[in-house]
Design a protein around this ligand. Structure first.
Ligand code: NAD
Length: 512
């Protein structure tokens, strides 16, 4: 029943023509096929290009330059030149430019969302949500730009004063992933520009169109040439481009969002010139349902938390632990919701609530995790495979629920980054906290309980940077976003976010 259900739904993907959908973008100047350096639209010196593909249809929807080290050096030089004047602008001037950019992003949100769905696959409603979420960081940092406060520290020496001031770190290299092609950029660039830094962005090679459209709007907002630069390149050129961005002495900071493995590589490279780093890396979030939880609420929140962006979010629930006393009730309630609410299809098809995976690499990983879990004794309750009808036509995987999954298989120990939902059984609070913390990463964690004392105990015991207690949602502009352990360092958004782009300077002043 499950297989035929979802096969029927996925048929929608085939009916869509990606190029026809692209043609519906009203403002065609938001479809940019060149990189953006020093305020100009440029090609790669090599004149090479890479194709951008709709992951739901595998149709090519455009191309961007395949740049290499020489092109990146030019972008860094432009950012360095621009920094000399940008750092002297007032917080208020930067605030006004960011606000203008925000207004243009908001005014063009429908076109930006459509473009995002076409290159990333997420349902249009989710893409619209991301554009507004991304914009909220530009709004937040347009306000924070005016608040680069320092301190006056009481001096131990009579007749002396000690002043602490904050200054922009300089040129920032920004490297972002494919899963949030807009917001992962605005969350960094908003903070960097507010602080007075200039940037060189290298977006994911799968999703550069959303990033380039943001540059077009930044240019229209009047953000000066060289303040934002964006280079595009293929997977093949990525290691060399990444090496340049992380070792060039003119770059003073690297801000990366992506996997822990690549984060470690980039941090190692950045250490050779002692750059500051912010690392927003992978997660493996536990989602715990205690025996005193509101079961229906927990199931509804898990649906969102797990399957948003087809499970390709760094904070999505990865391991679901449910107390023995409510296990069967919860699995029943959740499985019913998955069947009723999740409609697989092209993100631009009416009624689609879950799109394809973004890459073939991700799809293969998810399929392998299911096979290994089943080989170790797991039972697939729902889904568990690619829908047969779209074989070779798009990176779809059925929303999947599993039980009896071992604690030692990759689905449990590693980040899945796909629409798999393994539900484990536990019997005590101590046991579940030990199992929740038994991974090397610590980004987000969620739990549901109506006991106030337990809420504090568990929230404090989880080794993560962000906790959702009785909610599966955590991120917003005023809240600090980031992880602990191998999920990285630094915080994005919030009143702490701009500090990652500011150096602290002491001025010790003798008045006598
Ligand atoms: P990834 O690490 O493979 O790639 C991330 C980006 O780095 C991509 O643009 C990629 O092309 C680039 N990259 C890869 N190798 C590079 C190199 N040698 N030099 C320079 N750049 C390089 O990750 P992914 O699979 O694209 O994205 C998913 C990962 O991102 C997941 O682990 C997810 O949890 C994580 N993520 C974390 C956050 C967060 O805020 N903590 C947010 C979103 C995604």
């Amino acid at each position: 029943v499950v297989a035929s259900d979802s096969a029927e739904r996925v048929m929608q993907a085939i009916k869509i023509s990606s190029l026809d959908e692209l043609a519906k973008i009203k403002d065609k100047s938001l479809i940019c096929h060149q990189a953006y350096v020093d305020g100009k639209w440029v090609e790669a010196t090599s004149q090479q290009h890479i194709d951008i593909v709709d992951p739901a249809t595998l149709e090519t929807i455009g191309s961007v330059p395949d740049m290499d080290t020489g092109d990146v050096k030019l972008a860094i030089t432009a950012a360095t030149r621009a920094f000399a004047s940008w750092k002297h602008t007032t917080g208020k001037e930067r605030s006004q430019l960011l606000r203008k950019w925000l207004e243009l992003i908001t005014a063009n949100k429908d076109d930006l969302a459509r473009l995002m769905t076409l290159e990333n696959g997420k349902p249009l409603a989710e893409a619209q949500g991301e554009v507004m979420y991304g914009a909220s960081y530009i709004e937040w940092f347009s306000e924070e730009a005016k608040r680069g406060y320092g301190d006056i520290v009481p001096s131990p020496i009579p007749g002396s004063r000690a002043l602490v001031m904050k200054q922009p770190v300089g040129v920032v290299a920004i490297i972002t992933p494919y899963n949030f092609p807009n917001a992962m950029i605005t969350r960094k660039v908003g903070a960097a520009l507010a602080a007075g830094c200039t940037v060189v962005i290298r977006p994911a090679h799968e999703t550069p169109l959303s990033a380039l459209a943001l540059c077009e709007l930044a240019a229209r907002a009047g953000i000066p040439p060289g303040v934002i630069n964006l280079v595009t390149c293929s997977a093949k050129n990525t290691p060399a481009v990444g090496l340049e961005l992380t070792t060039n002495s003119e770059v003073r900071k690297v801000s990366f969002t992506g996997s822990t493995a690549v984060g470690k590589l980039l941090m190692g490279q950045a250490s050779t010139t002692m750059k500051r780093v912010s690392m927003e890396l992978g997660g493996n979030a536990p989602f715990i349902v205690f025996e005193d939880a509101d079961i229906q609420k927990a199931a509804a929140h898990l649906l969102q938390c797990k399957f948003r962006n087809a499970g390709q979010t760094c904070v999505c629930a990865n391991r679901i632990y449910v107390h023995d006393a409510v296990y069967d009730e919860f699995v029943g309630a959740f499985t019913t919701l998955v069947k009723e609410k999740l409609k697989v299809g092209h993100g631009l098809s009416e009624g689609t609530t879950i799109g394809p995976m973004i890459t073939k690499r991700g799809l293969d990983k998810v399929e392998e995790q299911v096979q290994l879990a089943v080989a170790a004794g797991a039972t697939v309750v729902l889904g568990g495979k690619r829908p047969e009808e779209v074989a070779g036509k798009g990176y779809f995987f059925e929303p999947t629920v599993l039980v009896n999954v071992s604690d030692n298989v990759p689905m449990t120990c590693e980040e899945t980054f796909g629409p798999l939902c393994p539900i484990y059984r536990f019997t005590s609070e101590d046991e579940v906290i030990r199992r929740a913390n038994a991974v090397s990463v610590g980004l987000a964690g969620y739990f549901f309980s109506r006991d106030v004392a337990r809420v504090f105990r568990v929230a404090e015991a989880l080794e993560v940077g962000m906790v959702g207690a009785n909610t599966g949602s955590i991120g917003f502009d005023a809240a600090p976003f980031g992880g602990v352990k191998e999920s990285g360092m630094g915080r994005e958004g919030s009143r702490y976010g701009m500090d990652d782009y500011l150096n602290i300077k002491l001025i010790n002043l003798s008045l006598v």
